[in-house]
Design a protein around this ligand. Structure first.
Ligand code: WTA
Length: 636
């Protein structure tokens, strides 16, 4: 996809860490760690698993008898909550802050490990009283508030499986995900604050539930204090449930012992075709993977103040807001709202106010804030920072330099982490004690074997573009697609049998550094958010005026990629600005504002293959004034 290469790669430019950074790094010699792990991957992961508590240790590190349905730490008994809370409240960490939360309006709430554990226990008892048992599905559709974390942990604690749906999604996206998961309970809030606006989540839940067989119960957190409809017998206020004497032991709740391979959560993500798929992760291997990666890549120390700006509704939030930091016993900062509210220095003010030491964010946010100029950052004391991070899409060198210079004051290395919902944990990332190249996620994490191959599956020469594959299984890997194991095999393990196909194109340079270029399928990364063309096209078709729809992603200065839609109207509809407006509103209402197209064009035909499949690459080529031959064969 030639047109999507945002990176002017200078593969020779190296940024070396300072002696202080190396001296304090958890991993002093990343190259040696990689070599050591490669010698015996199972021994490496067993060692990393020893860093955690287990009810019972595993019998087998890796069971690969039924590939690609790999199993990790089989025979082991655990629960992610055992490591995220239970083990900390037995030590001095019970009085350490787990979470510092700030609302968009500036309200602050903090939770020590003791307090977080208490709220989780109380809410776990609430869920139990609603009949939620091990293996049940619970949908969590929330603003970015502490109760999101509490709900996830409470669900996991009693062995139920959470499905967090990003609070920026809307009616149809939510409906599809609730229905597909078969959730027994939906946990939501009256609404959330975003950029000075009130997002009325309960209203969206009500509309979504009208479209499908409803769950038994809806738990509603009062966050905004706005009026909402409460359906008798179905809907309950969280604050009322939390104060009921549910059991005589309401402040305590036993953590259920799980098999290492028992499901922890599903997370819907978009793929090449059809409906979004639910990626399934488990308790044991996932705990080991997120903990090891966070500790090594972000060099996490007891006294750090960690801030990951993602939303818990995406994998980054699951792994590195909720589970990774809590397992590590860290103090996390969480912020509800927009980085530009009320002014474009909100993030920098939060770093200063709480003394954030490690700041993990996205290229799209950096590009967005760069626009406002450096003075917004310069009016704050950012000297507490020691490490920066980036995720979600390739970071262009201009944004990298701004981040490095203006935010990190040229003393904070940037950890560019490449990974996916499916991988659960970082697959490629630097470690602080290692030289960096702006725009490269550098090298695979210890125990991970990545390569770039051509269509035949042969490694390409250094500097050549190809498909990114992973050659070894890893503990936090997805186990399957919920309810669709065939699609799991087909999507990820059939292109190059035996190897994991990531769906990204990449290059590896002569020093072994990887440069991820972008998706080779129909996934569009809009502001780092992962969206699928199929889901957006289906949403267009539900509008009364649309006969056919094709959606592509085209490069965008701030968002990375933006959605362009080509629509064939049903006879009798007039293509005008009012209709464009109406269609944009329709998409926003059905899927969410992030799916709003940048541009809508009305056409009379769409390029298709003989079998009727829309040739999006032809649309892309035309849109960028290229001939079809200019489009790399990668996409075919
Ligand atoms: C892209 C997000 C370049 C990539 C954790 C991947 C990146 C997709 C990077 C997964 C990075 C993520 N450099 N590209 N550092 N990180 N990507 O599932 O295309 O939302 O396949 O997981 O994001 O997106 P997902």
């Amino acid at each position: 996809m030639k047109e999507e290469k945002p990176i002017a790669q200078n593969t020779n430019e190296l940024f070396h860490p300072s002696p202080e950074i190396i001296a304090q790094a958890n991993v002093k010699d990343p190259e040696a760690a990689r070599l050591e792990a490669a010698k015996d991957i199972q021994a490496y992961w067993a060692k990393r698993a020893e860093e955690l508590d287990w009810y019972k240790k595993w019998d087998t590190v890796l069971d690969d008898t039924n590939k690609p349905f790999y199993k990790w730490f089989t025979g082991g008994k655990t629960n992610i909550v055992l490591n995220a809370l239970d083990r900390h409240v037995k030590t001095w960490r019970r009085n350490k802050l787990a979470l510092i939360w700030e609302s968009e309006k500036g309200e602050v709430r903090t939770f020590s490990y003791h307090a977080l554990n208490r709220e989780v226990c109380k809410f776990a008892n609430v869920l139990k009283s609603m009949g939620v048992v091990k293996g049940d599905l619970v949908t969590i559709y929330m603003p970015r508030i502490p109760e999101t974390v509490i709900a996830m942990l409470a669900t996991a604690k009693i062995g139920a499986v959470h499905s967090v749906v990003y609070g920026g999604f809307s009616v149809e996206a939510l409906h599809g995900r609730i229905e597909d998961s078969g959730s027994k309970v939906v946990i939501t809030a009256d609404g959330g604050n975003m950029n000075g606006k009130k997002i009325e989540l309960k209203k969206i839940v009500d509309e979504a539930l009208q479209r499908s067989g409803a769950p038994e119960h809806v738990v509603v957190i009062k966050h905004l204090g706005i009026d909402v409809m409460m359906e008798q017998g179905r809907d309950f206020w969280y604050h009322e449930l939390m104060t009921l004497p549910i059991s005589k032991n309401g402040l305590k709740c036993e953590t259920i012992e799980m098999d290492a391979e028992d499901p922890l959560f599903i997370l819907y993500t978009s793929g090449t075709t059809g409906k979004p798929k639910a990626i399934l992760h488990t308790h044991g291997g996932y705990s080991v993977g997120v903990h090891a990666t966070l500790k090594d890549v972000f060099d996490l120390k007891e006294e750090d103040r960690w801030w990951c700006t993602a939303d818990p509704g995406w994998i980054t939030g699951h792994s590195y807001i909720v589970y990774g930091p809590l397992i590590a016993g860290a103090t996390s900062v969480m912020y509800e709202g927009a980085p530009t509210y009320p002014y474009p220095d909100r993030w920098w003010s939060i770093i200063e106010k709480y003394g954030v030491t490690i700041f993990y964010s996205t290229p799209t946010a950096i590009r967005g804030l760069m626009r406002f100029g450096e003075s917004w950052a310069n009016r704050h004391d950012l000297s507490s920072l020691r490490l920066l991070g980036s995720v979600g899409e390739p970071i262009n060198p201009e944004a990298w330099r701004w981040f490095y210079k203006i935010i990190g004051k040229e003393k904070c290395p940037i950890m560019d982490t490449w990974w996916q919902t499916e991988t659960g944990m970082f697959m490629m990332a630097p470690m602080p004690a290692q030289p960096l190249k702006p725009g490269s996620a550098t090298k695979p994490f210890p125990g991970i074997d990545a390569d770039v191959v051509n269509a035949e599956g042969k490694s390409v020469a250094p500097g050549e573009e190809g498909f990114l594959i992973l050659k070894n299984p890893w503990p936090a890997m997805m186990r399957t697609i919920f309810k669709d194991p065939e699609r799991y095999v087909k999507t990820y393990w059939s292109t190059y049998p035996g190897y994991y196909f990531a769906g990204d194109s990449a290059r590896k340079d002569k020093d072994g550094y990887f440069w991820v270029i972008g998706r080779v399928d129909d996934v569009i990364k809009v502001s780092g958010y992962r969206l699928g063309t199929a889901e957006i096209e289906s949403a267009f078709i539900t509008h009364h005026s649309v006969a056919e729809a094709a959606v592509i992603g085209l490069p965008h200065e701030i968002k990375g990629m933006a959605i362009h839609a080509y629509l064939i109207l049903k006879a009798g509809n007039e293509a005008n600005d009012t209709l464009v407006d109406d269609l944009r509103k329709h998409i926003s209402h059905e899927l969410g504002p992030i799916a709003k197209p940048e541009k809508i064009e009305f056409v009379t035909s769409l390029p298709k293959t003989r079998s009727g499949k829309i040739m999006r690459r032809v649309l892309k080529a035309r849109a960028q004034g290229m001939s079809e031959g200019d489009i790399s064969t990668l996409e075919e």
